[in-house]
Design a binder for this molecule. Structure first.
Ligand SMILES: [Fe+2]
Length: 158
């Protein structure tokens, strides 16, 4: 039985960066993790079956999201871009390795895999993403209209 009304992560405004596209993508990631958590039933066969059905879509979505963030950081000339991109790459590698371990029955249950995703996503938004949110807010505050839109004209002259 799938659990109803159970959220592992609840979206709150502290997670918001002020850019709708990025917020929407973070919300979708949270939905994917919460869906996974709902399927933690204790029945190993059902859990693995669910995992196999969704893991590729999940990894693909994470990649789509990372490349959107990287594009924004690149066009806004965010100085932490290289370090941030490296964190994304490391995470993708851990997801792939952990997926292999889970599939091979070496480590992980659906529950611990879900928590691994949750812990990474929340700490990444709070610590890494926050740095470019702050940077973009600074750029916006320098503009006359104070708006957080991104266009090449808004970029600082470097
Ligand atoms: Fe990020």
């Amino acid at each position: 039985m799938v659990k109803e009304n159970t959220e592992l992560i609840t979206w709150n405004n502290k997670l918001s960066c002020g850019i709708k596209m990025i917020d929407d993508q973070h919300k979708k990631l949270i939905i994917l993790v919460n869906e996974m958590f709902k399927h933690v039933t204790g029945n190993e066969i059902q859990e693995k079956d669910y995992f196999n059905r969704v893991i590729h879509e999940t990894v693909n979505y994470i990649k789509v999201h990372f490349s959107a963030e990287e594009k924004i950081m690149l066009i806004t000339r965010f100085e932490g871009f290289a370090e941030h991109k490296k964190e994304h790459e490391k995470f993708i590698i851990s997801v792939i390795e952990n997926t292999r371990d889970y599939e091979a029955g070496k480590r992980y249950t659906l529950s611990s895999f879900t928590r691994f995703l949750k812990d990474w996503i929340l700490s990444h938004i709070a610590m890494m993403d926050k740095q470019y949110f702050e940077y973009l807010k600074r750029i916006a505050s320098l503009k006359e209209d104070g708006k957080m839109s991104i266009s090449m004209n808004d970029m600082p002259n470097v």
